[in-house]
Design a protein around this ligand. Structure first.
Ligand code: SF4
Length: 133
């Protein structure tokens, strides 16, 4: 569990260049069936209100600087969760002309959730490592 996040975690989601498949599964993870909020994970609209970033997709050239600035806007202690194989290692977009690299090549990553896309159960399990619930 990341320091200072025990019990609940406020999350700002950043799509750094996803195909949107990971977003569908994140939506399901926070939907009525999987309901990540019951474990203390909550999506918020501003990085200034967040403890954590959930980042999807390979980082595209247009999103590298916004991702860095969003990371800087999150007050510490903060964690970054790379959701999906594209976020972890660029996945199917590796080597594409518009891709800068994986999320960890732009901001520090604390937790990785594998899959293309990850199942909602895997996303909830990953977020529970932050909340400890
Ligand atoms: S990991 Fe798969 S589903 Fe997620 S953004 Fe990449 S290609 Fe899309």
């Amino acid at each position: 569990m990341a320091a200072g996040l025990a019990g609940s975690v406020q999350i700002r989601h950043v799509d750094a260049g996803s195909c949107n498949g990971c977003e569908v599964e994140i939506g399901s993870a926070f939907g009525p069936v999987h309901d990540a909020e019951r474990y203390g994970a909550r999506l918020v609209a501003s990085p200034r209100h967040a403890d954590a970033l959930v980042v999807t997709g390979p980082v595209t050239r247009n999103m590298a600087e916004p991702l860095r600035r969003t990371y800087e806007a999150v007050p510490g202690p903060k964690v970054v969760v790379a959701v999906g194989d594209c976020a972890r290692n660029c996945g199917v977009f590796a080597g594409a002309y518009g891709v800068v690299g994986s999320v960890a090549e732009v901001v520090p990553v604390d937790v990785e959730i594998a899959g293309c896309p990850p199942r909602p159960e895997a996303i909830v399990a990953g977020l529970r490592t932050l909340t400890g619930r």
